[in-house]
Design a protein around this ligand. Structure first.
Ligand code: ANZ
Ligand code: ZN
Length: 835
């Protein structure tokens, strides 16, 4: 076979067909084996596969193929996260139907994935926009509704008055609608919510069981859930009312110098009704952003209102402000301001000339140490009456106890996590299965009427939600009283679709969302792989849905993803012209040390290496690369060099090197000579060590290390003279590279006359005896000092070691003729001679 050249294009198509025909990757093929569920986050069908996908899916593919070789039944499925805004944007811009646009993209991307040779069970493929999927989602939504985990409430949305549509936060740019450019208004709308907060504790505590998740992801989830404990307590107001605040640092209460409420707080609203200045201030605050991050950085501003608040211990009269840095939807929407120990309060007090008092100090002797900024460190209480001398934790407990005893406050746990608003006023999503009746209120769609299917005939020429203005779709009789009623026209947030797709992959009955027995067989996902951009929302929502479905008795599972891996991005240099416009890698070439545009020689600046993105044009199209180098070279490149959790810089030299290695291996495989005789123990040992090492690297997802070991073994085999060992080594190397370069491996496997597909072959067995080196180095000491070393066969016995040590010239010199009193021997390690 060595005289034949390896032709990736022909080999790839041939073996992909062979795998298909043999049904190698069907998950139900090996019912009796232990299971392995390997899943990469399913893609949004945006148009084409990009290098980020290729990297993600190659990692999962190597693991899936390896698991199959090690005797597992493997579930490695693929599907499409197919609902969402881009399809509607395409409809508005190009006049194509969102469904047609999505299906076209899926067809393109499926073909692209197939070209890369991923070992996927395509029989389980589905798209979330299939009524056969989202209909079951509607049924699950009704389950949660019946369990009290779904509710409606009025909440604020971004409203584009020109496009007459609700905008997602990302669609509001500098306060204006991203398409219309109109100033965005805040409107109150009735919206659907999922009660994720009912699972806040469980979701937080559950993180403790996910010990193979990256720490950073667990920390992000922990912060997002944000459990905090403190005191909720009341200040009496000078007008006879009261205001309730929440503080995690009630120990600092003697340092309070003001009270502040959010612009949306009832006190602020009341003030705005009677006071034009307050009304203007509240209005101004509404224009600014409302996210915690925006408030953190915005200038702290406030307006004093007429009432005063009485300090619960001293009775001191504190001024009350409306302040832009207090959030309405956290705690009680009001705070006690302690400038000495809270940085926001410090900045605010500095601009308003309010007292800044120290009440916590490193020691009791530093009660008057000046404060250049808020001191948030632990310490002891000072200037604080009965708390003086206590440590912070002790003082917190003391204040909580007093407040509870005296009845003006109580210890409380608050959460940053909010219920999940799932209503979207859009067409291309799962219809929320409810009907509004004037007489009966909100009525669930009867289950036998599911799925509620999206109408096909929609127009995108006029702005707003196409479901809302569809002539007939929303007009239905009330399921309860039969009178004319109106279908819910909101659709579900697409994060709902991705919150249970991994359950549907395990089984796809027509009449139910899934078969619980198959869930029990396949779940949890053993290895989930995806981008860190999903570290918070997607993973939290999926964890919540899993728990919620367990709560309603659909499944018996708490955590869906036993192991998580977040891979780095594929990056590329950027190229720009003097005017700042971007050029793609194909439009530029090197000219000595400089870069120029190919078309006209215009000077080009090569810029930072950043994530490949269309906007910066620094993308490399997988298809074009496969055309030039073949799929195996691309797969190999995706695994080489960079640790998988880090960014991978794309380089032309890198992919060329990979392609050369593919052909180098091909030549090496061609040199296998089954007739060659003779044993090469050293090579045997290297082979077995590599088999064990690569297995460990793949299981630990350290693909770059596996790749390095394979490079090195290939070199070693190339240099070894012909022998039976070398022939066997070549065969083993073929098995080891097969998860990474499956097409080359199949071609060579057939070439050396092996029967069957390498995709169905077993991972080579390791001979443990060959893992250990034959020779050991033994230290020789005289009275504890190292004088010589011996290289001997492992297991050399004590008497022999002692004789060898005493014969050493170095040892004899060190002993200088003194008699031997004792010899201590630790076999394989050490000989110590005591004189
Ligand atoms: C007094 C105090 C003194 C505070 C001090 C902190 C340090 P976490 O840990 O995130 O839960 N706070 C409470 N409600 C707020 C709201 N709606 N908007 C803005 N800030 C709010 O934060 C709790 C602390 O954030 C609370 O404890 C309160 O300030 C502030 F040395 O009370 B603290
Ligand atoms: Zn009715």
């Amino acid at each position: 076979m060595s005289d034949r050249h390896f032709d990736p294009a022909a080999a790839e198509a041939r073996w992909q067909r062979a795998w298909d025909e043999a049904g190698c990757f069907a998950a139900d093929r090996h019912g009796d084996r232990p299971k392995a569920y390997v899943l990469e986050m399913f893609p949004y069908p945006s148009g084409r596969i990009h290098m980020g996908h290729v990297r993600n899916y190659t990692m999962g593919d190597v693991l899936a193929r390896y698991k199959r070789m090690t005797g597992h039944a493997v579930l490695h499925p693929m599907g499409w996260d197919a609902f969402g805004m881009p399809a509607e944007n395409a409809a508005m811009e190009k006049g194509v139907h969102p469904g047609a646009w999505t299906r076209d993209n899926i067809a393109t991307m499926r073909a692209q994935l197939k070209r890369i040779g991923f070992a996927l069970d395509w029989s389980r493929e589905f798209a979330t926009c299939d009524p056969g999927y989202y209909g079951h989602e509607q049924a699950l939504f009704l389950d949660l509704y019946e369990a009290g985990l779904v509710y409606r409430r009025e909440s604020e949305v971004n409203w584009d008055p020109v496009d007459r549509t609700v905008l997602a936060n990302e669609q509001v740019i500098d306060g204006r609608g991203w398409r219309s450019g109109a100033l965005v208004e805040r409107r109150k709308l009735d919206q659907w919510f999922l009660k994720i907060t009912a699972f806040a504790d469980a979701l937080l505590d559950g993180l403790g069981t996910l010990d193979t998740w990256p720490d950073k992801v667990r920390l992000m989830q922990e912060n997002w859930i944000g459990r905090s404990t403190g005191l909720q307590f009341r200040f009496r107001l000078s007008d006879g009312g009261s205001v309730e605040v929440y503080s995690t640092r009630p120990d600092t209460i003697f340092g309070a110098s003001f009270v502040a409420v959010a612009p949306d707080h009832p006190l602020a609203r009341a003030a705005a009704e009677t006071d034009v200045e307050a009304a203007a201030f509240v209005e101004q605050c509404r224009k600014g952003g409302t996210t915690a991050a925006e408030l953190e950085t915005a200038e702290k501003r406030g307006l004093r209102i007429g009432v005063m608040a009485a300090h619960p211990f001293t009775g001191a009269q504190l001024p009350v402000y409306i302040a832009n840095f207090v959030l309405m939807d956290y705690g009680t929407g009001a705070i006690m301001g302690v400038p000495g120990h809270d940085q926001r309060d410090f900045e605010f007090a500095s601009t308003c000339g309010l007292p800044i008092l120290r009440v916590v100090a490193p020691s009791v002797h530093e009660a008057d140490a000046p404060l250049a900024e808020a001191d948030t460190a632990d310490g002891v209480l000072v200037n604080s009456d009965f708390l003086d001398g206590m440590r912070v934790a002790e003082a917190i407990a003391a204040v909580v106890a007093r407040a509870e005893a005296e009845g003006w406050g109580e210890g409380k746990t608050v959460w940053r996590l909010r219920d999940w608003g799932v209503s979207r006023q859009r067409y291309w999503g799962t219809p929320i299965p409810f009907i509004h009746c004037e007489a009966c209120g909100v009525v669930p769609v009867p289950r036998e009427q599911l799925p509620v299917v999206l109408p096909e005939d929609v127009d995108f020429a006029t702005p707003g939600n196409p479901l809302e203005r569809h002539p007939t779709w929303k007009h239905v009789p009330c399921p309860r009283c039969g009178r004319a009623a109106r279908r819910e026209t909101d659709t579900l947030d697409t994060f709902v679709d991705s919150s249970w797709y991994f359950l549907r992959f395990a089984s796809q009955p027509a009449d139910r969302p899934f078969d619980p027995a198959e869930i029990a067989r396949w779940l949890p996902v053993d290895q989930y792989i995806g981008g860190v951009e999903h570290a918070i929302l997607h993973l939290l929502y999926a964890r919540f849905w899993t728990r919620a479905l367990a709560h309603v008795g659909r499944i018996a599972l708490e955590e869906p993803f036993a192991s998580l891996f977040t891979q780095g991005m594929v990056t590329h240099e950027t190229y720009s012209l003097g005017d700042g416009s971007w050029l793609s890698p194909g439009e530029v070439r090197r000219d000595g040390a400089d870069w120029v545009r190919i078309a006209d020689g215009a000077p080009v600046t090569a810029g930072r290496v950043v994530k490949m993105s269309k906007s910066k044009k620094n993308v490399v199209d997988p298809d074009a690369i496969i055309d030039r180098f073949g799929a195996d070279a691309v797969r190999w490149f995706m695994l080489s060099d960079s640790p998988p959790e880090r960014d991978l810089p794309w380089s032309e030299a890198g992919i060329e090197g990979c392609a050369r290695f593919v052909h180098r291996l091909w030549r090496l495989f061609g040199q296998r000579d089954p007739q060659a005789a003779g044993v090469n123990r050293a090579l045997d040992r290297r082979v077995h060590q590599t088999v064990a090492g690569v297995a460990q690297d793949i299981e630990g997802l350290q693909f770059n290390k596996a790749v390095a070991k394979l490079y090195s073994l290939a070199g070693e085999i190339e240099r070894a003279p012909p022998s039976a060992s070398r022939s066997e080594a070549i065969r083993t190397l073929l098995l080891l590279v097969s998860p990474m370069m499956p097409h080359l491996a199949e071609e060579a496997w057939a070439g050396i006359g092996e029967a069957g597909l390498i995709a169905e072959a077993s991972w080579p067995q390791v001979d443990p005896d060959l893992l250990v080196e034959d020779e050991v180095t033994v230290a020789v000491q005289v009275k504890g000092k190292l004088r010589d070393t011996l290289t001997v066969a492992r297991g050399t016995d004590g008497a022999q070691l002692e004789a060898l040590a005493l014969a050493s010239a170095n040892v004899q010199r060190a002993m200088a003729g003194a008699p031997v009193r004792k010899v201590i021997v630790v076999p394989d390690r050490l000989v110590n001679i005591v004189t």
